[in-house]
Design a protein. Sequence first.
Length: 142
Amino acid sequence: MITIQGKTVGKKGDAFESWRIPMEPSLLVNGTISLGSLISAIVESELEAFFARQAKLKTLFFLSPEEIRAGAEEGRILMGGREFDTAATSLALAQAEALTAFEDGIYFVLVDGRRMNALDETVTLSDESTVMFVKLTMLAGG
């Protein structure tokens, strides 16, 4: 399993909570994969997790008084039952947008501390590998 991390340049802390995903052996050739294929696999894994979270939110449930109070303190009480059009978010579109964002320099990727420069660049992975997405902050007027 590889660890996925995120940072935003100019901001303290992580961009998101890190998580681990298994790397599908069929995607690896002698333990290697192209950066583009790696990004696509990570997007696929996260999109599946997103759809699972959306399905859970659609389940109608009842809140306890404590949950209502906690939600009110946060300024938002979620009851479930919300609809989300998962068909509008296709895997192919999500992958294409992630690859285009990399090519456009919106973010860069570090694999085990090594900066990757091109989508066709080969990445060697192990079970202890870390993939870090670093989002760049655009300057006003730049």
